[in-house]
Write a protein that binds this ligand. Sequence first.
Ligand SMILES: [Zn+2]
Length: 546
Amino acid sequence: MSFEVDLLVRNASILTMDDDRPGARGLAVHHGRVLALYDDDSADGLRGRAEIDAQGAVLVPGFGDAHNHMAGFGLGLDTVDLSGLTDLATVYDRIAERASTLPEGAFVLGTGYDDTALGGHPDRYALDRAAGGRPVWLGHRSSHVCLVNSPMLAMLGLLDGTAVVPAGGVVVTDADGRPTGLLEEQAQQLAAEVLRPVPVDMLAGALGKASRVYAADGLTHVTECGIGAGWIGHSPLELAAYQRIADAGELLTRVALMPSMDSLHPLAGGPEDPQRFGLDLGLRTGFGDDRVRIGPVKIFMDGSLSARTAAMHEEFCDRGSHGYLQDDPELLRAHVVDAHAAGWRIAAHAIGDRAIDLILDSFEEARRSHPRPDARPRIEHAAVTSEEQVARMAALGVTPVPQARFLYEIGDSMAAAVGPKRVDRLYRHASFLRAGLRVPGSSDRPVAAGAPLLGIQSMVQRVSSGGLVIGPDERVDALTALRAYTLDTAWIAGEERSRGSLTPGKLADFVLLGDDITTIPADRIGTTEVVATFLGGTCVHGPREW
Ligand SMILES: [Zn+2]
């Protein structure tokens, strides 16, 4: 007797990430899910409507990214790319080049500039000249500050003093009190008001482009960290853009969407309903399907290390400041407690150790006032943590979501910011594991490169682009890093029963790699070929015939 399945993959070297069955040679897929694994090429008499000879390639579960900005990355593909530039003259040339293709008065948008590499932020007046009087907006690589030129400052009411600067933000001025064009943190909302909402059509187009890149990177699931309102959101209709491309069959990656805390509002429920704070209709974490789902709510406690706006207990070593919180601490705490009470899972951006203390206090209070066994609270980045904070996170069951790739891309700048006394506290990994915590893999793309294999390499090496090894005791082996990008990203999304390992019954999301990343030298992991990516048993990247 033989049974026909949708897809058979033979002759593969499978790392299932399932402890009950770590390896296999073949995989049967039916109706989008893993039906069976087998150890020899007989496949227990199964036949496949489609059959693939993997020719010995390594097959692993599809990669997840627990923290990325897919819309921002996709939209950024159409802006002037300023990443990697090391002199300001080239920035002005690139802006002039783009401006010359645009009508008068059109916005000139650039992304990814790095003031550390450039030796300073671009000059507002030089941008005026380069853009021929057009308004210019440049996004810093951290996303936590942006730079605008004079026409845009005028538009925002920052030259005539009519603008109201939001709390938790700074409009940077020079010695004479004139705006330099630099808008920090919540002050970016001023620019967002003229640049947004981004039309849903444009968002959907950007997401489609991003999705193709993601499939080529082996990503089958990502969490989008901040949609809707606030400086991080692109439109109050942002979720509609994801639904649109999913319906059109152009979403090649499963997504969980985190509404920003600013998107939540009081709801008119009955007096006994706990859902008093949320999205219309009471939608919250978990709603949706296996393509597009509502994830946790995202709240910003502080800023970033690269922009020196993170809230620290002690001053930055190269700047006479402690950074700052994004709002009044009482208000931030109240938002966390209210959203938790309404049934939301909470993802709190906290980088500096002072911000981390505040969010741990808030999580502790939320848990005490409204006990919920499976709330899975998380700290995005958890960048600078003391031993005591690691222990407290473990005691409260708070998952850190750090970005190992930052160590390579901005490690030298972060090390300078915190100095030698605190450098080993940066973006820990092994310490979190030793404390019994999980560490899901993530990139914060487009803040850092988003390919999971690069992230895995950085988890293993922890080396900066300048050659500094940051926190050598925090390194992990490649199999542990692979677990972070598969099982643990599924777990933090609350989807460990349907994804994260190649186990019969789970979604058939998997990747074929050109090499075994758990055995090759670490410096080759990031450049390993992603031969093919399958989502629900369908090839979304790879050879045409598959
Ligand atoms: Zn982010």
